[in-house]
Design a protein around this ligand. Structure first.
Ligand code: GDP
Length: 419
C-alpha cells in the first residue's frame, strides 16, 4: 500500500450523487489530466448535445484503456502537492461492490459523496456500512451539489448531522464533512467563496490529512501458505506474510495441524543476498529444519498469539447475489489462501441498513448484511476481524462465483492443540 507513499482511496455514494463528476474535477483541478483530455470531454459533451460534463472524464480515460494502453481497467491516478493517489475502483463499475467486499480493493481511505438536496439515501448508508465492514476507518464526506441548495448552511448542517450520526453509530468517528459543488469546482482544490460560513478543509486538504495504512508488522505473525514446492532438493513453503514478522531460527507452528518446525532459510524472489528476516506485505518462501505436513491454506505463526482453530464461526456477511443465502446451504469460504467447505448453520439476524436494527430471518437477500453461523467439517485457522483484519475476513463462493463477503466476529474454540 505504501508504494511511492501513494494513498489508495475509494469514492462511494448513491448513483448520480456526483462521484464521477468529483473524480473528473479532482483530476483536472490537481493538474493530473493528460493533455487533450479536457478537449475530448468537450467533444463528447457536444456530441451528446449536453453542456460540458465533468463525469465524462472517466469515459475519456476509459476510451484510452479500451485501446489497450492501461491494463488495469479500474484504477485512476492523480497527484496533489502532498502525494500521489490512486482511486482503486470506479463508481458505476459493475464489479464495484464485489471488489469492495472481496478486499480486491483494499483502500486506505474513502470519500462518501452525498447529494445536498437528496441527503443520505439507502445506497449511501449501505456504502458507509460496507466501509465499516471492510475496515476502512478513514472516511470524509462530501455534501455535493451545494449549488442546488444555494449553498444553504442549514441544509448542509442537516445533511451533515444525519450522516455523522449514522457513521458514529457504525463506529466511524473521525469524519470530515465538506460542502462542495463538484460540477463547479467549489471546495475541491480551491476554497469556495460561496460558503463563507464553512472553514473546514477542501476535499484535497481532507485527502492529504489521511494517513496510509501501515502494513501490520507489529501484529502477531500470520503466514498463510500459498504453495509448497520443490525446485531442487529443497522444500519451499511459499506465501505472503499478512501480518507480523519472521526470522531465520524462529520456531513456527502451523494451524490447523499444530505441527511445529524451525525456519532454516528465507527465500525472496528478487534477492541475491540471503534474507534473515521478513515482514507483513512481503511474499517469500521458507525452508524448515524438518519435514512436516503442510499445504496451501495452512497458516504459520508463532507460539504466542496463535490464531483460532475452529469448526464453527460467527460471521457478519454481505450478500451479493440474487440467489439468497439460506440455512443448510453449503458454500466455499475462502480466507486468504485457505478454502473450506462450510454449511450455514443459522442466520442470527439480518441488519437493517437504515437504522442498524437486527431482526431474525430465514434467508439473506442481495445487498443485505446479516449475522450468520457457519460450520465446517474440517478445522479452520482463523482470526477475529477486529484483531487481524486480513486473516479475519473472507469471501463466500458458490461454484465459481463470489456470492458474499464476510468478517469473522465470533469463534467458539481456542488455538490449535500441540501436535
Ligand atoms: P455518479 O453516478 O455518482 O458518478 O454521478 P455523476 O458524477 O455522473 O453525476 C450525476 C449528475 O449530477 C450529472 O448530471 C452531473 O453533472 C450532476 N452533478 C454532479 N455534481 C454536481 C454539482 O456540483 N452540481 C450540480 N448542480 N450537478 C452536479
Amino acid at each position: 500500500n505504501e508504494l511511492n507513499g501513494q494513498l489508495r482511496i475509494v469514492i462511494v455514494g448513491h448513483v448520480d450523487h456526483g462521484k464521477s463528476t468529483l473524480i473528473g474535477r479532482l483530476l483536472n483541478d490537481t493538474g493530473s489530466l493528460p493533455d487533450g483530455k479536457v478537449e475530448q470531454v468537450h467533444e463528447m459533451s457536444r456530441k451528446r448535445g449536453m453542456p460540458f460534463e465533468w463525469a465524462f472524464v472517466m469515459d475519456a480515460l476509459q476510451a484510452e484503456r479500451d485501446q489497450g494502453i492501461t491494463i488495469d481497467t479500474t484504477q485512476i491516478h492523480f497527484k496533489t502537492e502532498q502525494r500521489p493517489y490512486v482511486i482503486i475502483d470506479a463508481p458505476g463499475h459493475t464489479e464495484f461492490l464485489k471488489n469492495m467486499v472481496t478486499g480486491a480493493s483494499q483502500a486506505d481511505a474513502a470519500l462518501l459523496v452525498i447529494d445536498a438536496a437528496e441527503g443520505a439515501l439507502e445506497q449511501s448508508r449501505r456504502h458507509a456500512f460496507l466501509l465499516h465492514l471492510l475496515g476502512v476507518r478513514q472516511v470524509a464526506v462530501a455534501v455535493n451539489k451545494m449549488d442546488r441548495v444555494d449553498f444553504d448552511q442549514y441544509r448542509f448542517e442537516a445533511v451533515s448531522q444525519e450522516i455523522r450520526a449514522y457513521l458514529a453509530e457504525l463506529g466511524l468517528h473521525t469524519s470530515t464533512v465538506i460542502p462542495i459543488a463538484a460540477r463547479h469546482g467549489d471546495n475541491i482544490v480551491t476554497r469556495s467563496d460561496k460558503a463563507p460560513w464553512y472553514d473546514g478543509p477542501t476535499v484535497v486538504e481532507a485527502l492529504d490529512a489521511f494517513r496510509p495504512q501501515q502494513a501490520p508488522t507489529e501484529l502477531p505473525l500470520r503466514f498463510p501458505l500459498q504453495d509448497v514446492y520443490k525446485p531442487d532438493d529443497r522444500r519451499i513453503l511459499a506465501g505472503r506474510i499478512e501480518s507480523g514478522r519472521l526470522r531465520v531460527g524462529d520456531t513456527l507452528r502451523f494451524s490447523p495441524t499444530g505441527a511445529t518446525a524451525t525456519v532454516v532459510s528465507i527465500e525472496g524472489w528478487n534477492h541475491s543476498q540471503p534474507i534473515v528476516a521478513a515482514q507483513a506485505g512481503q511474499s517469500i518462501g521458507i525452508t524448515l529444519d524438518k519435514r512436516i505436513f503442510a499445504e496451501r491454506g495452512h497458516v504459520a505463526h508463532h507460539e504466542e498469539g496463535a490464531p483460532y482453530v475452529t469448526h464453527r464461526l460467527g460471521v457478519r456477511a454481505f450478500w451479493l447475489t440474487s440467489e439468497p443465502l439460506a440455512v443448510g446451504k453449503t458454500y466455499t469460504l475462502k480466507i486468504t489462501t485457505g478454502e473450506h467447505r462450510v454449511t450455514v448453520e443459522s442466520i442470527t439476524a439480518v441488519i437493517d441498513i437504515e437504522d442498524l436494527s437486527s431482526t431474525p430471518a430465514k434467508a439473506v437477500h442481495r445487498n443485505e448484511v446479516a449475522e450468520v453461523v457457519l460450520r465446517s467439517r474440517s478445522p479452520i485457522a482463523v482470526d477475529l476481524a477486529s484483531t487481524l483484519s486480513r486473516t479475519g475476513r473472507g469471501v463466500l463462493i458458490d461454484g465459481h462465483d463470489v456470492v458474499g463477503g464476510c468478517i469473522v466476529v465470533e469463534v467458539d474454540e481456542g488455538p490449535a492443540a500441540s501436535a
